[in-house]
Design a protein around this ligand. Structure first.
Ligand code: ADP
Ligand code: ZN
Ligand code: ZN
Length: 682
């Protein structure tokens, strides 16, 4: 669509600037012939030039003599289409940011910077880049179960916008449903493209290789933040130019340009990493559903432990519920699931982190030549170092938290701000030379395991052990190859890995999460425990799951022992409805950062007052709570406070936010503040 026939000599352009709506520019005639909606362009901005995207050709409302011309239209690649513009605009409005702040960062770096002299060569190189060849696997011929068939059929034959919640226990063959549904959509339309979102791509090499095995003749591209700029740009362009038919990626891929998108799949839809932690705090899952709705296509949200939000949607009939209740796969499909055994840590006192029954089970498993998995959600050696004579604790000087002891280099490290120091030789307060490491981290458990099982091959996977690129994959490959007897690790070992010989799963100290004040903590803990325990007994070995806890009577464990997520989810949903919490209400969280807690709180109090005074009608439908310090009150030397905003209806929340935030932005305070719509952590 060219602008040749358009009378206007002006255009609106979005750029990546906070708080700035589309800007007006004039269209010189040589640019006008190339300009169309969705074309990238180079525009002057202040003393610089920037890349923006043309979004309109309206007559400006401001004084036209002040308007500068667009320098150049970048037509070397196809314009971004209407759907993509609609999606990014929706996201910007919904999450209360400028359109350009969402749209421009969604482009790969090579396409959002002002082109240099070698632009044409760069594009040619990106287009020529072949995606890496993968070790070809023998494609399995599977006979789908009746439940799988029903799910695949439901998705593949659906018409228009059709959201499906695929609720399938771990090992029930959800991946097979995704792949077959995608295959059917691609076969039905030779131009169709598919988008598959996963929570953490460097931990799911199995999925990529399944895709490449399943679709040997299709170009499959991956999009995630671990890629080098050029790789990412090449993959993005391949999807945009329809050379790639399948895009697999992490949350950022939800904004990729996939012009013939005809099916979206979100694996592990409950996973918190779909929510962006910085910048525009979008939820890739929620946006993917919106994208399916805008495009009028099917979407599959898959999980063994769906988010309570999606559960509520299915219950209300807005998502179609598809269930896979049986485990499938090698060995025996009908074998019993591993029994959950609770070890009461108050009775069976742990020694160096492990209680006697757990040490015994680990020894027995090794003797049988089988694998064990030890899960502890805390990296480092010990969470804190203390002086027993005066009570000194290794606090981070910049945060309201402890610096964690790392034994290898005898350092104290803050996991929040990155502060690092050597462990003092003597207590800084009283000079006592006997400092003590308190509590257990994965490094310390690894040490305990090495002492307990001197002949075993032990591997550890956490953020520290996997800093090097490919380190995680190499460690996981070693586990798959059977070279590892015991794998100890954090959350990172819980996700989606198909270890064949694991017959024992040990969960250490989930108690912190049981006692958390965050209303989503039980949901998260349940799903993590379900996921780790799902690692056991995949190949049909009789297997056990042992949980060491000081609260064995907690109701969460009884639901977990029955593998009954539905009942747990129902109870959670009922509890939240009764307490008027999401999903029955809608929240936003305003946060402020300042030198002192006092000024952060004051800013929020003033903001709240302004909402009540100036936006009285809108605010009357919304609950604005008192500002409070954040749970991690100081971070990297900055004090932080938060203000929770809640409404019974989403529209009421957004009505208040749009007016109120615009007014706040105009005030220009030196203090940093942010808004998060649908916050996941409070
Ligand atoms: P989930 O994602 O639900 O945890 P997977 O998709 O990883 O489960 O499936 C578990 C294993 O079962 C995989 O190795 C897969 O190849 C295999 N599998 C899937 N469907 C079938 C089937 N119908 N018959 C036999 N094996 C299957
Ligand atoms: Zn001391
Ligand atoms: Zn810190």
């Amino acid at each position: 669509m060219s602008n040749a026939g358009i009378e206007s000599t002006f255009a609106q352009v979005i750029v990546d600037l906070p708080g700035v709506a589309a800007l007006d520019y004039s269209l010189p005639s040589d640019v006008a012939v190339h300009a169309s909606i969705g074309v990238r362009c180079v525009v002057p901005l202040g003393r610089n030039t920037r890349v923006g995207i043309v979004v309109g050709f309206d007559q400006p409302v401001i004084d036209v003599s002040k308007i500068k011309p667009i320098r150049r239209a970048l037509t070397e690649i196809e314009a971004l289409n209407q759907h993509w513009l609609q999606l990014t605009r929706f996201a910007a409005d919904y999450y209360q940011h400028a359109w350009g702040e969402v749209a421009l960062p969604a482009l790969p770096r090579a396409l959002r910077g002002v082109p240099g002299v070698r632009y044409a060569q760069t594009l040619a190189r990106l287009r020529a880049q072949k995606s890496p060849r993968w070790a070809e696997q023998e494609a399995q011929k599977l006979v789908h179960t009746a439940q799988q068939l029903a799910a695949i059929d439901a998705v593949a034959t659906s018409e228009g916008y059709a959201p499906h919640l695929l609720f399938g226990v771990t090992g029930s063959g959800k991946t097979e449903v995704y792949l077959s549904a995608i295959a059917r959509r691609l076969a039905a339309d030779p131009t169709a493209q598919a988008l598959l979102l996963v929570p953490e791509i460097n931990l799911t090499p199995q999925l990529e290789s399944s895709l490449r095995t399943r679709f040997p003749n299709e170009n499959v591209v991956a999009l995630h933040s671990n890629l080098a700029d050029a790789e990412r740009a090449a993959a993005w362009l391949a999807a945009h130019e329809r050379r790639a038919r399948i895009v697999v990626g992490t949350r950022l891929a939800v904004f990729s340009s996939v012009p013939h998108l005809s099916i979206i799949v979100i694996d592990e839809e409950h996973d918190p990493s779909y929510k962006a932690g910085e910048g525009v705090r979008y939820s890739a899952r929620d946006l993917a559903v919106k994208r399916a709705q805008l495009l009028d296509i099917p979407i599959v949200l898959g999980s063994a432990t769906p988010s309570i939000e999606s559960w509520a949607q299915a219950r209300a009939g807005r998502y179609r519920l598809l269930q896979l209740t049986e485990r499938v796969g090698a060995g025996n499909a009908s074998r019993p699931r591993p029994a959950l055994e609770l070890i009461d840590a108050r009775v069976q006192k742990p020694h160096n982190g492990l209680s006697a029954p757990i040490a015994q089970a680990l020894t027995d498993t090794l003797d049988r030549g089988e694998q064990s998995l030890v899960f502890l959600n805390r990296r480092g050696y010990a969470p804190v170092v203390t002086c027993e004579s005066c009570g000194w604790l290794s606090k981070c000087p910049h945060c309201s938290t402890f610096a964690v002891f790392h034994k290898a280099d005898r350092s104290l490290r803050c996991h929040h701000c990155g502060y690092t120091a050597s462990v003092p030789r003597a207590c800084p307060t009283c000079g006592n030379q006997n400092l003590k490491a308190v509590g257990q981290g994965t490094q310390r458990i690894e040490e305990t395991l090495r002492a307990l099982l001197p002949t075993a091959q032990i591997a550890r996977i956490d953020r520290d052990s996997t800093r090097k690129r490919h380190a995680a994959k190499e460690a996981l490959d070693a586990v798959h190859a059977g070279e590892v007897d015991v794998l100890v690790g954090t959350q990172m070992i819980a996700k989606g890995h198909d270890f064949q010989r694991v017959s024992l799963v040990v969960v250490l100290n989930p108690d912190g999460q049981l006692a958390s004040h965050d209303f989503r903590a039980p949901e998260r803990l349940f799903s993590t425990l379900m996921q780790v325990s799902g690692r056991a007994g995949r190949a049909g070995l009789p297997s056990r799951v042992l949980v060491q806890t000081r609260f064995p009577a907690h109701p969460l464990f009884s639901a977990l022992a029955r593998h009954d997520y539905s009942q747990f989810a129902e109870a959670q949903l009922a509890e939240r409805q009764a307490a008027r919490m999401p999903p029955s209400t809608h929240q936003a969280l305003m946060t402020a950062e300042a030198r002192t807690l006092q000024s952060a709180l004051e800013f929020l109090r003033a903001a709240r007052e302004q909402a009540l005074q100036q936006f009285t009608v809108a605010a009357s439908h919304v609950r604005l709570f008192d500002p409070v310090p954040m749970s991690l009150q100081r971070l990297a030397g900055v004090s932080r406070a938060q203000l929770l905003i809640e409404a019974d209806h989403r529209a009421q929340l957004h009505t208040l936010l749009s007016g109120w935030l615009a007014a706040l932005r105009e005030k220009r305070t030196p203090l940093r503040w942010n808004i998060e719509v649908d916050p996941l952590e409070l």
